[in-house]
Write a protein that binds this ligand. Structure first.
Ligand code: BG6
Length: 473
């Protein structure tokens, strides 16, 4: 079998999408706590000013699936599937409620101690995202989010606190979830509220520069705390294909792929790519840097490249053709006639995973880690209290086959964590109905339900995949 003996199989979640307990034990509000569910959520993400002033009928992050109180039961189920790794994030406002405090919230820190201890009981390695879309609201309101350089200091304080606290308990860390998301949903990625009339690209790339510096500083601290720690960057990946074989389409695809890789180029190589100069000129972007920034980026690069993969994408150089682009995982794409799509219109392309892995490996020559992949679908609990989610098994089987092909192509791969291993709140739509898990949670879009957990058919299937280290798909 091409997969390493110690291949890290597991699943992934994010604090704001599963914990609930949104004001418990001293936690402050995050920007996500203002977001509603359904169509209104997307509007709020695109026009965050509205989210700050509107009262909605339901806020899915407030209770979510109550992982905060049920983590023991959930981790036990993960262990039953044989997880070797569990990816989760630390809620920033649980540790620093407003974001700018000088002392952390002890009760918040203790919660993650308990979670990591529970993982250790079963020999599960935590893989921790320091920041996954949940900037404290205080930092958005009082500082303008990541448009303010002071955010570097607040983030570094947060990172330093958790890296020290969980020394010996957590070996694998990611600095920012999907760092390129700042270009597509800047409110999620960086707490940015863009004003009419300002150059949005300028604001986004400047904020991204601060995040890149912060990411490198966190990497530096991690290595000082414990040289064994492995730090990864995290990309919302998915190769962008040309719509036709016309050279203009190909060039457009090359450029769009570069704009996705942009931040990873910096985090992995330690410097801005050579194409940045022209890109910035065209966009009218001029980065403000402090002395020492370039040196920080250069010295503290990541150890591995992690990424989410849901789909490939498609682009055309012809603006008329490109008008038909739709959002797939927030990044725009044309419909690929060769691919089917999920109920949410996300196109299904297992071979695209192999393509993406080959590209990432060729580009960086650093181990890869697939930290999100999966199918959001409508699941029905049947009379036997299970879900016959054969469609999910098929989706995952097809992707895992291609993942293994990529390893046979020579790609070095550390592990695979499927997204939303237990049903949780959707980031993009706020729905519970868009389910990814092997474990069904009895909760609906309006927050009704018992929160009881039930094993789906895919639960035993994934268990067998892990047991056989990918031999039995
Ligand atoms: C990724 C995010 O972009 O996609 C996750 O890192 C998110 O937070 C996942 O949940 C799936 O997206 P959605 O909108 O279906 O929840």
């Amino acid at each position: 079998m091409p997969l390493k003996k110690d291949f890290l199989w597991g699943g992934a979640v994010a604090a704001n999408q599963c914990e609930g307990a949104y004001l418990e034990d001293g936690k402050g509000l995050s920007l996500v706590d203002l977001l509603p569910a359904g169509k209104e959520r997307w509007e709020a993400l695109m026009e965050p000013k509205k989210a700050l002033t509107t009262t909605y009928s339901h806020y899915p992050s407030h209770e979510s699936i109550d992982f905060y109180h049920r983590y023991k039961e959930d981790i036990k189920l993960f262990a039953e599937m044989g997880f070797k790794v569990f990816r989760l994030s630390i809620s920033w406002p649980r540790i620093f409620p407003n974001g700018d405090e000088t002392e952390p919230n002890e009760k918040g820190l203790a919660f993650y101690d308990n979670v990591f201890d529970e993982c250790a009981k079963y020999g599960i390695e935590p893989l921790v995202t320091i920041n996954h879309f949940d900037t404290p609201l205080g930092l958005v309101k009082d500082y303008g989010g990541w448009r303010n350089r002071k955010l570097i200091d607040f983030y570094v304080k947060f990172a330093e606190t958790v890296l020290h606290r969980y020394k010996g308990k957590v070996k694998y860390w990611l600095t920012f979830n999907e760092i390129n998301m700042i270009l597509h949903i800047p409110f999620f990625g960086a707490g940015l509220i863009l004003e009419d009339g300002e150059n949005h690209d300028q604001v986004k790339y400047q904020a991204a520069h601060y995040q890149l510096v912060a990411s490198s500083l966190a990497t530096k601290i991690a290595k000082e705390v414990d040289p064994q720690i492995q730090i990864g960057c995290m990309l919302a990946a998915g190769e962008i294909y040309p719509y036709t074989c016309h050279p203009n389409d190909m060039l457009k695809a090359v450029k769009e792929n570069q704009s996705q890789y942009f931040f990873i180029d910096v985090q992995s190589r330690g410097y801005y790519p050579s194409y940045a100069e022209r890109l910035f000129k065209e966009l009218g972007v001029s980065l403000e840097m402090e002395e020492g920034d370039r040196d920080i980026l250069k010295r503290h690069t990541v150890d591995f490249i992690s990424f989410s993969y849901y789909s490939s994408r498609l682009t055309s150089a012809d603006p008329e053709v490109n008008n038909a682009q739709k959002s797939g995982n927030a990044i725009m794409t044309l419909r690929n006639p060769h691919l089917d799509a999920t109920d949410w219109g996300w196109q299904i392309d297992p071979i695209g995973l192999r393509v993406t892995m080959n590209q990432l490996w060729d580009r960086y020559q650093k181990p890869l880690f697939i930290v999100e992949n999966g199918m959001g679908a409508v699941d029905e609990l049947n009379e036997n209290n299970t879900v016959d989610d054969d469609y999910r098994i098929e989706y995952m089987r097809d992707h895992l086959e291609q993942m293994i092909e990529a390893v046979e192509d020579g790609v070095e791969l550390m592990g695979y964590t499927s997204w939303g291993c237990i049903d949780l709140v959707s980031a993009g739509s706020g729905e519970m109905k868009k389910r990814y898990g092997f474990i069904y949670v009895d909760r609906d879009n309006e927050g009704r339900g018992t929160n009881e957990r039930y094993k789906k058919k895919s639960f035993n299937w994934y268990k067998q995949v892990i047991e056989s280290n990918g031999e039995k798909l």
